[in-house]
Design a protein around this ligand. Sequence first.
Ligand SMILES: [Zn+2]
Length: 195
Amino acid sequence: MCGEPSIALWLACCNKLMTNQERVHCKFDVDDRCNACGMEVEDVDHVLRNCVQTQMIWREVIKHDRLEEIFTLDFKRWIHENLKNGAGFAKENTNWDLMFGGMCWFIWLHRNSQIFDDQAGEPGSISHRAKPWFQRAAASCVASRVESHLALVPASGICRWSTPPTSWNKVNSNSAMLLSDGFASCGVIQDNIGH
Ligand SMILES: [Zn+2]
């Protein structure tokens, strides 16, 4: 998984996406209901999976006989299964982990666009909008595998930082960690143009 989708999924698993539930929790708002359906509390599970609007999106790409399972798994298990064992869920299952992450990211962007931008578009177009991103990410994966293979070749001369593929972030750390609790500093995160 790469770029913004991986960060969004990480925040979702930590329940730190700024949903209406979180906005009320932080006292930014008093109404935690979903803006799209108006029926339920908008938490991360509701936004990314169970809102009636979001379910329409998943029904486009998930096999019919796996839908019930997809909509009833524990939320974190749902993310884990799609990233690790999700190929069996999807109608087009090549690199499903990438497509799944991309779709979650585009669902979140769409939800924000509905609130902050009148040009949000139809939710049904999300899987189509996610596909160009998915194709670039899949190509970057191939490039990354080649780079990883080349990294196994013993280096000679000066060792220097190399850029990650487009749409990827690279984390560099000094591997230092506290043995007492296992915590480590994150290090430096940079994209392919060094930002
Ligand atoms: Zn909803």
